[in-house]
Design a protein around this ligand. Structure first.
Ligand code: UT7
Length: 396
């Protein structure tokens, strides 16, 4: 028998805050112009979250849409991965807040911090879980309120970023499709090229630090630009050839939406047509971990992506990290078979029943032990309290 399944994106959803911040508005705030921003970045406007709107607030509608589209309920999820570098709090993890707000079960939930590459990292991780057969439905969200860390007086960064959220449900399937290959990478030597230096264990929060705006985003744009063009090209070549394909087999490229010049340079190096590239950074700017899922959702909603299409997603960001996936888009047919463990000494046809019997017995043993220790504690605790009281009265 085989325990190897396939992955599907069975549902998707996105959320963009209402507030649109235009280049003209930025030009009124700092020494910049619509012409400079458009020609150097390709961005015309971006969405900015309301002051009281958090990353989890934005994740929620995107996640709900993805879950509804997958035809499941939050109770059916087996794991939640929330990719973000702008969590509601440094502690607790934003993923737990999302789990609670969604009304999901007491399932695993973790926040994945890999800069703008976070969502694609999460997709690759989710696919491993469903393809091994261990989990059936994994929610992967890329959401950011980058605006909270933007220094609105710094024209080097404030023109680039925006807020938003995109989500997918990755489900187990028994027919081919889904993840074909992936590349996950990090070049920690350039860790300080994109950094918020003053929030975290490296530096205490001080008045001097706040005056220096250490809690705001600092970026060496040129260094990131150079890394991005090289990493994007190398990663795409690697994952496409690992999938046994060539660029001619790719129907849609979904790159991280950071700068149109970065995308353009990568396209020229790869010899890939712009018409087959999903680009929406003119309307959203760089939304970090939300960037690739926002592009994916839009291309799915407007019907550009069709069943049988091969997608290539590629992201890069703080770390400096990069991540890519080649993904075969197939209709959302989800496996309903029970999870089977392959190495049991019973015939394949009996494995499911044997597994249920074994886990049922084990659950009963645990419950019996828990009841026994509860009963022992109910007896022993008053005894301990009595002995302590006696000792105290005797002055010992
Ligand atoms: O998700 C990953 C996140 N980050 C990125 O992907 C960023 C990658 N880097 C970039 O996209 C580009 O480096 C930037 C868009 C950030 C900057 O573009 P650039 O072509 O590398 O500009 P530059 O830094 O070389 O600056 C050129 C000039 C400078 O003036 P001088 O020194 O030539 O007089 C800057 O001061 O443009 C000036 N400048 C601006 N002028 C008007 C920088 N920002 C602005 C601005 N408006 N907003």
């Amino acid at each position: 028998m085989s325990t190897y399944y396939y992955s599907r994106i069975s549902g998707w959803g996105m959320y963009a805050p209402e507030r649109v911040l235009t280049n003209a508005e930025l030009a009124a705030m700092v020494d910049t112009s619509d012409e400079w921003i458009r020609s150097r970045t390709g961005i015309s406007e971006r969405r900015i979250a309301a002051a009281n709107e958090t990353t989890v607030d934005m994740s929620l509608p995107a996640a709900r849409a993805a879950i509804a589209r997958a035809g499941i309920t939050p109770a059916d999820l087996d794991l939640i991965i929330l990719a973000t570098s702008s969590p509601d709090y440094v502690c607790p993890p934003a993923s737990s807040l999302l789990q609670d707000r969604l009304g999901a079960g007491k399932i695993g939930a973790f926040t994945l911090v890999a800069g703008c590459s976070g969502f694609v990292y999460g997709l690759a991780v989710a696919a491993q879980f469903v393809q091994t057969g261990m989990l059936r439905h994994v929610l992967v969200v890329g959401a950011e309120k980058v605006s909270y860390a933007v220094d609105w007086e710094d024209r080097n960064t404030n023109v680039l970023f925006g807020d938003g959220a995109g989500a997918v449900v990755v489900s187990r399937s028994d027919t081919p499709g889904g993840l074909q290959s992936m590349v996950l990478g990090s070049d920690g030597a350039d860790w300080d090229a994109l950094i918020v230096p003053g929030i975290g264990s490296a530096q205490s929060i001080t008045h001097e630090g706040l005056d220096r705006k250490d809690h705001k985003l600092k970026m060496d744009g040129k260094r990131v630009f150079k890394f991005a063009t090289r990493a994007m090209t190398d990663a795409v070549v690697q994952m496409v050839s690992n999938a046994g394909l060539s660029m001619a087999d790719i129907d849609w490229l979904l790159p991280h939406q950071a700068n149109d010049r970065i995308i353009d340079l990568a396209l020229r190096r790869l010899g890939f047509p712009r018409e087959k590239t999903v680009i929406n950074l003119d309307r959203y700017g760089n939304t970090s971990a939300a960037s690739v899922p926002l592009a994916l959702c839009e291309a799915l909603d407007d019907g550009r992506i069709q069943p049988g299409d091969t997608l290539c997603m590629i992201a890069f960001g703080a770390g400096l990290t990069y991540a890519g996936c080649v993904w075969e888009w197939q209709p959302e047919r989800v496996s309903e078979e029970p999870i089977l463990i392959s190495n049991w000494p019973v015939p394949e046809s009996l494995q499911s029943a044997a597994q249920q019997v074994r886990s049922g017995m084990w659950r009963m043993q645990v419950q019996a032990r828990a009841k026994a220790s509860d009963a022992a504690m109910a007896v022993m605790l008053p005894l301990y309290a009595f002995r302590k009281g006696v000792k105290k009265r005797l002055g010992r």
